[in-house]
Design a binder for this molecule. Sequence first.
Ligand code: THU
Length: 148
Amino acid sequence: MSSSQYTLTAQELDILSSKAIAAKAMAYCPYSKFRVGACILTQSGEYIVGANVENASYPVGTCAERVAFGSAVVAGHHDFKAVAIATDTDPPASPCGMCRQFMNEFTAPSFPVYMYGSGRNYTLKTMRELLPDSFGPDDFGGEKVPSP
Ligand code: THU
């Protein structure tokens, strides 16, 4: 990880991972029983969590990462420092394709994604590694309406 804007202190990583792991308890996953928790650290120092929320109509369910990033964005955050994602599986699961694209909207190629399984060990990957050759806001030819 080269960019200092994405360098976490040991304390930040400890809080981030603890909140992602704790967020698994909030998952609504009666169908898959596969709990996923997520936590984002904003550049302003806030922690925003999410968990997967399933639905009786299966495709309607939402992943933890999109719940977390959606919550962060509607809370007014667009600048993020890191995300942690926690599952109960070893090795840790990594984000689905739809979540990679969703996160790509708000993150740079060197943005760090920390993935936790059942313990405190993690796998660390950048967005560039998870979604190479991505299509993002800079590739969008149309005019973007400014955010409020
Ligand atoms: N899930 C996530 O929350 N994040 C991912 O990146 C992969 C999958 C959820 C969706 C569904 O509720 C359950 O895990 C099983 O696929």
